[in-house]
Design a protein around this ligand. Structure first.
Ligand code: URA
Length: 228
């Protein structure tokens, strides 16, 4: 058994799994393999590049004065699955990449447990610059950054969006959903299926909630045609 498989099994155990029903692997089901957008078209990546440049030059709110790096997003520009978090933390601010700290490692494990990689999905935040001391984003910061996120979604055109925590969900949709009320239920964002789930940072504090997130991710996998 290679390290990746051992890692995935460890992740599933951590998520509360005690046994697995073995089914044929994706490689033996080539015809069913969904396109997770490994290819990109010049146009969409150019536009995403233009948007990235705009965010890098942005000084619309106070966070421009304290950031080290703008954290735009990573992954496939034509991904079928897009994760939307809250805001960069210290590690993300230093590295210029979303979800690379402890919560990010957990998100990466969840993505791997879904038989995907960070390169096959797209990961972004509602706020592109780190709020000082990791405080919650303020309303005007969310308002200034929302158009960037919405353009990012429009360019990537994912089939499914997973929002991680309250800010991802509320800021994208501009609705005051309670995460506890809607978690695990399909919502719609501009014709795109949206699955709200808990933020990985919450899972680090509340490991018992990992089972709920895994249940949500299984719905996402089913929607994308990934065998469980
Ligand atoms: N939390 C987030 O919401 N986003 C990151 O990029 C890192 C931690």
């Amino acid at each position: 058994m290679n390290d990746d498989v051992l890692h995935e099994l460890a992740m599933l155990r951590e998520l509360g799994y005690t046994h697995l029903d073995l089914v044929p692997t994706r490689s033996s089901q080539a015809d069913d393999t969904p396109d997770f957008g490994a290819q990109s078209t010049a146009d969409s990546s150019d536009s995403l590049d233009a948007l990235r440049l705009e965010t890098h030059n942005c000084t619309a709110c106070r966070l421009a004065g304290t950031r080290t790096n703008v954290v735009f997003g990573v992954g496939s520009p034509t991904a079928d699955l897009m994760f939307i978090g809250e805001a960069p933390g210290r590690d993300e601010d230093l590295q210029g990449e979303p979800f690379v700290g402890r919560a990010g490692q957990l998100l990466t494990d969840i993505i791997k447990a879904m038989k995907l990689s960070r390169e096959q999905v797209y990961i972004a935040n509602v706020i592109k610059c780190r709020p000082p001391e990791n405080r919650n984003p303020e309303a005007d910061e969310l308002d200034q950054c929302r158009p960037f996120l919405r353009r990012q979604v429009a360019l990537i055109k994912p089939k499914v969006i997973v929002t991680l925590g309250k800010f991802g969900l509320q800021s994208l949709t501009e609705k005051s959903y309670a995460i506890s009320a809607v978690r695990g239920r399909w919502l719609d964002y501009n014709g795109i299926k949206l699955m709200p789930t808990y933020h990985p940072a919450y899972l680090l504090r509340t490991p018992a909630a990992k089972k709920d997130v895994w249940a949500d991710m299984k719905k996402v996998m089913a929607e994308l045609g990934i065998p469980a």
